[in-house]
Ligand binder design. Structure first.
Ligand SMILES: NC(=O)c1ccc[n+]([C@@H]2O[C@H](COP(=O)([O-])OP(=O)(O)OC[C@H]3O[C@@H](n4cnc5c(N)ncnc54)[C@H](O)[C@@H]3O)[C@@H](O)[C@H]2O)c1
Ligand SMILES: [Zn+2]
Length: 226
């Protein structure tokens, strides 16, 4: 089984999704901040937004959705979880086999691509904004995939292999952001049984749509299969 997750699994932990009024920060839309163009124009503002999100995530704790999926990942070794989330809550819940499709908000990388590998930094707030690269003293950026940037080829290849599965759960994603949204379509094209869990019906065609919150629906399924 493969589980594809999006911002909706972390909504129950108080982390806003991108789409919806709670996703706004100082009247900016996420699509206008999470881009290389926005960073090139105004790195300080983009970093302030990330620093605000890092502080919010640092205070948050994994909810029942993260916990049930973490438990399944230990009980069913064939389970792979591909997440679009950058918050690290699946990992904090103890999930095994996590593929981070869009990187991690807890890693930084060099904006000037000086050759330094991405490095972990869990300080929230960061002492200095914008942050800098320890190797070349140029600007550092969050090591996340921004709108318009490609997915790491190895991550993409592993994710695509993972959707050659019998059952694919699609949890808490609006299925709008490509190529992430294509994974559920690929799963279905390869005859996986695709189940969506989302309080609002998503964009993609699925075999079964369960309208509900991830933290409630996963909890109920977990009780049924125990
Ligand atoms: N927590 C995070 O790391 C985080 C938060 C916001 C956005 N993002 C990034 O934004 C991009 C947006 O795509 P996306 O599809 O993940 O998010 P999205 O904001 O586009 O969609 C969120 C989806 O979650 C659903 N949802 C809301 N509450 C839910 C709940 N309790 N249970 C289940 N579903 C619920 C909504 O109906 C919506 O379909 C991704 O690339 C992701 O990296 C990440
Ligand atoms: Zn550098």
């Amino acid at each position: 089984m493969t589980v594809l997750t999006g911002a909706g699994v972390s909504a129950g932990s108080g982390i806003p999704t991108f789409r919806g009024s709670e996703g706004l920060w100082k009247s900016f839309r996420a699509e206008d901040l999470a881009t290389p163009e926005a960073f090139a124009r105004d790195p300080k503002t983009v970093w302030e937004w990330y620093d605000w999100r890092r502080q919010m995530i640092a205070r948050a704790v994994p909810n029942r959705a993260h916990q049930v999926l973490a438990d399944w990942s230990r009980r069913f070794p064939g389970l792979t979880l591909v997440t679009q989330n950058v918050d690290g809550l699946h990992e904090r819940a103890g999930t095994e086999n996590v593929i981070r499709f869009h990187g991690s908000i807890w890693e930084l990388s060099c904006w000037d691509a000086c050759g330094r590998e991405p490095w972990p930094d869990d300080r929230a707030p960061l002492p200095e904004l914008p942050a800098h690269c320890p190797a070349c003293a140029g600007l550092a950026r969050p090591a996340v995939v921004w709108f318009g940037e490609p997915i790491d080829p190895d991550v993409l290849a592993r994710s695509r292999r993972s959707v050659k599965c019998e059952v694919c759960l699609v949890v808490g994603t609006s299925s709008i952001v490509y190529p992430a949204a294509a994974l559920a379509e690929e799963a279905r094209a390869q005859n996986a049984y695709v189940v969506e869990i989302n309080p609002e019906p998503g964009a993609s065609a699925v075999d079964l749509a369960i309208a509900g919150k991830a933290e409630e629906v996963l909890e109920r399924i977990d009780v049924l299969i125990r």
